[in-house]
Ligand binder design. Structure first.
Ligand SMILES: [Zn+2]
Length: 283
């Protein structure tokens, strides 16, 4: 009997331990899960806080960016103005100056820089002629296109220094005296001293300039020269100087186009209106 009772107690003890152990394990699992849930909810709130901070930073960054772009816009505007002013300051004002019998170019004036005109375009290829270096591109383009279209167009004269004018006008007696510029120069002369005026002819017309207005070349220039920035300084019927069909002056594309569209002459426009085109003369 004693052995049976012992077995009973052993089995009873094992059963009791199993029940208690299972309960304990169950309770401990429950506790872990609730802790994890708590941690999770804490993490969630942390994430929400971080998101809020992040959003605030993004907003701030966006605001800074806007400020920066506004600032850089202002900087660009200032640079643009400074650029225009310095471009204008570097552009020779004489290039769009109107000359007359009372107002012409100073005898000491020399263009910024001159280049030789290609022989192919010259009426007398052996006579070296020069033109304003910055305007030469436009002259060359015009000559190429005219010749390309089969027009007989030649350059008879271009840049002339003050001294050369004296030689040209032999027969005239000059006395420069104390005050220079006292002689009665032809108006076109100042434009030649600028380096931006050209006297055109054809291989047939030669130095008989007065016949130039009867040529196909003259008609071609009337129809096309403005596209290259050239204008006829002294057109037929003008009120300020004799008609010079051969004498053309570079004034830049924008001004030449305006004059062509409006049917105006360079010398009829006020100096103020003309000066507005100076900044873009070589564009
Ligand atoms: Zn001329």
């Amino acid at each position: 009997m004693k052995v049976k009772a012992l077995y009973f107690w052993i089995v009873f003890a094992i059963a009791l331990l199993s029940v208690l152990g299972g309960g304990y394990l169950h309770l401990s699992k429950q506790k872990t899960i609730s802790m994890i849930m708590k941690d999770l909810s804490n993490t969630k709130s942390d994430v929400a806080t971080l998101e809020e901070i992040n959003n605030a930073l993004v907003e701030e960054l966006e605001l800074e960016k806007q400020k920066n772009s506004l600032f850089s816009g202002q900087i660009n505007e200032i640079y643009g103005t400074v650029g225009s002013l310095s471009k204008l300051a570097k552009t020779d004002k004489e290039l769009l100056q109107k000359y007359s019998k009372v107002y012409f170019l100073n005898e000491h004036y020399i263009p910024d820089s001159l280049v030789k005109i290609a022989e192919d375009y010259l009426y007398e290829p052996k006579r070296e002629l020069e033109f304003h270096s910055k305007a030469y591109y436009f002259l060359e383009a015009m000559m190429k296109d005219a010749i390309g279209e089969g027009v007989d167009l030649k350059i008879a004269s271009a840049y002339r220094s003050f001294g050369e004018q004296g030689i040209l006008k032999n027969g005239y007696t000059f006395s420069y005296g104390n005050g220079a510029n006292k002689f009665s120069a032809d108006q076109g002369y100042s434009e030649h001293q600028l380096g931006t005026a050209i006297d055109f002819t054809t291989s047939k017309t030669g130095s008989n300039f007065n016949a130039f207005d009867e040529t196909e070349a003259y008609q071609w220039l009337l129809n096309n020269a403005y596209k290259y920035g050239f204008v006829l300084s002294y057109p037929e019927g003008n009120s300020y100087y004799q008609f010079e069909p051969w004498h053309w002056r570079f004034v830049g594309k924008a001004l030449a186009l305006r004059l062509d569209e409006e049917g105006e002459n360079f010398y009829d426009l006020s100096q103020n209106k003309i000066d507005a085109y100076l900044i873009n003369i070589f564009d």
